[in-house]
Design a protein around this ligand. Structure first.
Ligand SMILES: [Zn+2]
Length: 470
């Protein structure tokens, strides 16, 4: 399969739409509708939403489009199969020792992996199991103090007006507060920390194939319940030298969960990944970015470092919003405009950046492989695309407990956690309000979902998707 990463031809998005929605659908070559220009940048507008859905049609421009991309007009709400779903390309037997990590344990035998030995999928794990009780004891003996903060009510900032404005809670969802230790950007300018959340999923191998052919590595924030369903895909990700990180068991908004419940979510996620890969991640991402000081402390007590996505102002977060396509609340053109703004903002920053994307849905994978990644690879100025661990200038071995070099990458302990507010390093979110951060590109980002809306819509979409799978 020829990929756009091999070509410098630029194509207008409008042309790409027209092309594949019409007779050319079976002939995805860009000739005839490609706009070759000196700058290799073309502009277009698309309206991917069906007429029955009222979504704005917005303009965007992309530096390049994959000639084999699924047409934007085909990336519509619902559960899609727009391309053949690839199977895992290789089977890695138990006992295989990864050679790309020093001191990596052999792969476990997953032939006997049984869902019966784990909590029910996509539900908050019980907290009275022996495993969770043991993890609770470990947190209690970690030396890390868990702040006595009440869980938030479901519904985000609007449902929690007091908590939302409580600076001492440092609730990222409401104002973007961060602490030292939160990873919110890559340090080096024009370095893109590539991340995909919520898999592994049926379409993930399609993304893996593209990444392999483009010689790219990423960070996958894996949901524990999905790992049970697709262990072979998780193993493919790991053995292809992508970074695997934790994204909870059932994908709740973590500030709403009890302390014991948070321990259960993180503990089971760490365990299933270790049971499949032999290694335990030491990085995690809170679903919806929903983190406050209580959640931070629990995660650190469990040896997990939080990776967010870059946020330079309330209206300029580096979230493509791709996950809302399947639920019908965002059009593909809006996502691609978000991407254009992200790249525009990134070029103005002194640091690199981390972008939120997803591999759960066909729509999000097709957008990544057909549009966002080809455009990113063709971007001028050049972007250095890396997994988060690499963008932090650390070896991949530092991503896992069993292979981490504690001498150079000390894990969180009670003595090295700073309780102070982040000083607001470049690219990091600010504790309050409108950092003017303030270019016109930021304001052009437009209105974003508030946290509660995003939570509700995403939850609905995910549940609908899961319901279709089981
Ligand atoms: Zn997620």
């Amino acid at each position: 399969m020829k990929l756009a990463v091999l070509t410098t031809v630029a194509v207008s998005a409008a042309a790409a739409n027209a092309q594949s929605s019409g007779a050319a659908a079976s002939s995805p070559a860009v000739s005839g509708s490609a706009a070759v220009s000196g700058s290799a940048v073309a502009s277009g507008a698309s309206s991917a939403a069906p007429a029955s859905v009222s979504l704005p049609s917005v303009s965007f421009s992309l530096a390049s489009v994959n000639p084999t991309a699924v047409a934007l007009t085909d990336l519509v709400p619902g559960t899609l199969t727009t391309q053949a779903t690839l199977l895992p390309t290789a089977t890695f037997a138990g006992g295989t020792v990864p050679t790309f990590l020093s001191n990596a344990p052999p792969l476990p035998d997953i032939s006997t992996l049984s869902p019966a030995n784990y909590p029910p999928l996509d539900k908050p794990p019980p907290t009275d199991s022996p495993e969770v009780q043991q993890w609770i004891k470990e947190v209690q003996s970690s030396g890390i103090t868990i702040p006595n903060l009440a869980p938030t009510q479901p519904g985000g900032c609007g449902a929690n007006p007091t908590f939302a404005t409580d600076q001492s809670r440092c609730w990222w969802t409401c104002g973007g507060c961060t602490r030292d230790g939160d990873i919110t950007a890559c340090p080096d300018k024009l370095t893109w920390g590539l991340t995909y959340d919520d898999g592994p999923a049926p379409y993930t191998p399609n993304l893996l194939q593209y990444l392999d052919q483009a010689n790219l590595k990423t960070t996958f924030f894996a949901v524990g319940s999905r790992c049970i369903s697709y262990p072979a895909i998780l193993r493919e990700e790991y053995m292809a030298q992508h970074q695997i990180a934790v994204h909870t068991w059932s994908h709740p908004a973590m500030t709403t969960v009890s302390t014991e419940g948070i321990i259960a979510e993180l503990g089971w996620s760490k365990k299933i990944i270790k049971d499949i890969l032999g290694v335990t991640p030491i990085y995690w991402r809170p679903p919806y970015g929903d983190i406050d000081d209580r959640v931070r402390a629990i995660a650190k007590a469990m040896g997990l470092e939080a990776v967010m996505w870059t946020r330079i102002s309330p209206t300029a977060t580096f979230d493509t919003n791709d996950y809302n396509i399947a639920g019908g609340t965002v059009s593909v053109s809006q996502v691609l405009q978000n991407w254009e703004h992200i790249v525009g903002n990134a070029s103005q920053m002194d640091t690199g950046f981390i972008v939120l994307e997803h591999d759960l849905f066909a729509q999000t994978v097709d957008l990544a492989t057909g549009y966002i990644l080809p455009a990113g690879l063709a971007n001028d100025p050049k972007l250095n695309i890396k997994p988060v661990i690499s963008c932090l200038n650390k070896p991949l071995s530092d991503a896992y407990l069993e292979t981490n070099d504690n001498a150079t990458n000390p894990l969180p302990t009670a003595s090295n956690i700073s309780p102070t507010l982040s000083s607001g390093s470049p690219g990091a979110a600010q504790a309050t309000g409108n950092t003017s951060g303030g270019s016109s590109q930021n304001s052009a980002m437009g209105v974003r979902f508030d946290a509660s809306g995003a939570v509700v819509m995403f939850g609905t979409a995910v549940l609908a998707f899961f319901a279709s799978m089981f």
